[in-house]
Design a protein around this ligand. Structure first.
Ligand SMILES: [Fe+2]
Length: 524
């Protein structure tokens, strides 16, 4: 914990206010005259840490949320705007290249702070912090993206997902925090709304969240984990979500529970709002009711283009959902599987991605989305059985995605996913598991940070049923280190046996790579 007296020089304060208003997004700005300083001598207000994200060649988003009692409604703070100073500099002592401003943290946004700092040097490292009253936050480190036309030699990222707080310690985040990385790419299940008493090593703060205050408290529980805070403070993050940020197996406007559409959309609005308030995303994506744009597109010089995709908000209901509003099932056959109109991304996002892929001039095209794209059905004596919540339940949408890669003859498309709680390296073909069908793209899926995986018996059947899946292991938790150069993309699966203990260390489970110009994953 670091504390520092802040000089209350009136003219500096006025200059900072002017600067801050340049950087604050209009949606989050409010008349600064109403803002109060943090009440003095209170509890530490930066318990939830600091974070950064969405790096662009000239900007990055820095985040914090003020809360002295993070599980309480209002975070234990007055129901009033609070002035927060932000600083970003080239060095940890904040002595060179200092930029600063003031942000007015609003109670209606849980006193969260999202500042898009613009006008930055590209491809550079920065340090940032926040000051409220006389208290300074921890210092975070971040990076801007390289210039769009830069000949970048390397992109290193940690691919992670599925961090059920109750099911283990965040040892993987401790390792991620200590790595030399450009990015953390988190592809969903950042929080879990639900519990499984069988695997509960440390409890959530309360039962299943349904309201905004309850989702805020759930996010606070996760951010109170020191290893997760360290991973945020060490690197900029790119994020997308899966289902557990709202409710397991939800599909668009439909809930698998008894909630009708209107009630579910109110719940989704609360969950998206709490997600926004706790993540280092641009102030411009502040949700409107139950809608929030999480999909985005990023570039890393001429080396790579990366799409963060949304598998949940716009998807059609899972096929043959068995009388419920939505929900995944294991099944062998169902007429709705053949329905061409069913979509995982929704029509708009499909078109946006298809156009983006076709027009991309960058070498590597990275598709970051929540789950495994390659087939993961299991052959049984009564036929092949699939789980309908994943891409196997959306076969026509998967064909459209693969054709959007194959028809323009795109090389170097690498799909990055999570959700399935197993490390996976797989080939993607237009006709899955058919060696005569050419490989059109490569896929790496990361295991979970903590969430429990399938039994090894099932995973063994999975491997035997899918020759395209060159690697699949469900018995260890971890993340994937992805290292991209112009020649190759390599993937090192880092892992620890489940459940992760607080002092667990990770080791390398397997290494795969993809050569530029030749789709397909290769061992070693
Ligand atoms: Fe998960």
């Amino acid at each position: 914990m670091q504390r520092r007296r802040f000089l209350h020089d009136l003219s500096r304060r006025a200059a900072a206010l002017a600067l801050g208003s340049l950087f604050a997004a209009p949606a989050l700005r409010r008349d600064a005259r109403a803002a109060q300083p943090l009440p003095p001598n209170g509890d530490y207000p930066f318990k939830l840490g600091v974070a950064s994200g969405m790096p662009r060649p000239d900007s990055v988003v820095i985040w914090t949320r003020l809360a002295v009692r993070p599980h309480e409604p209002g975070g234990g703070l007055p129901d009033a705007p609070i002035a927060v100073r932000w600083e970003l500099a080239d060095d940890e002592r904040f002595s060179t290249g200092l930029r600063s401003g003031e942000f007015i943290a609003l109670p209606e946004h849980a006193h969260s702070v999202h500042v898009e700092v613009v006008g930055l040097r590209s491809g550079a490292t920065f340090f940032y912090r926040f000051i409220a009253g006389d208290v300074a936050s921890p210092i975070g480190r971040t990076r801007s993206a390289p210039a769009l036309d830069a000949d970048v030699s390397r992109l290193r990222l940690a691919l992670a997902s599925c961090q059920h707080y109750e099911q283990g310690a965040f040892a993987a985040h401790r390792e991620i925090a200590g790595r030399d990385l450009d990015l953390v790419l988190f592809v969903g299940d950042y929080i879990y709304e639900s519990s499984n008493p069988r695997y509960r090593l440390r409890p959530h703060e309360a039962g299943t969240p349904l309201t905004l205050d309850a989702y805020r408290a759930r996010h606070a529980t996760y951010k109170l984990d020191a290893d997760l805070r360290a991973a945020h403070a060490a690197h900029p993050w790119l994020v997308t979500w899966d289902d557990h940020e709202v409710e397991n197996d939800y599909a668009g406007e439909r809930s698998p529970s008894d909630l009708g559409v209107d009630a579910f959309l109110r719940r989704r609005a609360a969950a998206y709002k709490a997600y926004f308030e706790h993540m280092p995303v641009s102030p411009g994506v502040l949700p409107t009711g139950p809608a929030m744009r999480i999909r985005d597109r990023f570039a890393w010089g001429r080396l790579a283009e990366l799409w963060t995709l949304d598998n949940r908000q716009y998807r059609g209901v899972q096929p043959c959902a068995d009388g419920r509003g939505a929900g995944g099932r294991v099944l062998a056959q169902c007429d709705e599987l053949a329905d061409e109109s069913r979509s995982m991304f929704g029509a708009d996002q499909e078109r946006w991605l298809e156009r983006g892929l076709a027009s991309s001039a960058r070498r590597w095209k990275l598709l970051a989305q929540a789950t495994q794209i390659s087939d993961s059905g299991v052959d049984t004596p009564s036929g092949r059985r699939i789980y309908t919540d994943g891409w196997d339940g959306y076969p026509a949408a998967r064909q459209r995605l693969l054709r959007a890669i194959a028809e323009p003859r795109l090389a170097d498309v690498l799909c990055l996913g999570g959700d399935v709680h197993r490390h996976v390296a797989a080939n993607l073909r237009l006709r899955a598991n058919d060696a005569r069908s050419p490989i059109v793209a490569s896929e790496f899926v990361c295991s979970s940070i903590t969430s429990h995986g399938l039994s090894e018996a099932v995973t063994t059947m999975l491997r035997a049923s899918n020759p395209d899946m060159l690697h699949a292991r469900s018995d260890e938790r971890g993340y994937a280190l992805i290292d991209i150069t112009s020649e190759a993309a390599s993937c090192e699966f880092r892992a620890t046996p489940s459940p992760a203990q607080p002092d667990a260390s990770l080791s390398t489970q397997a290494i795969f790579h993809v050569e530029s110009g030749r789709a397909g994953v290769l061992r070693g």
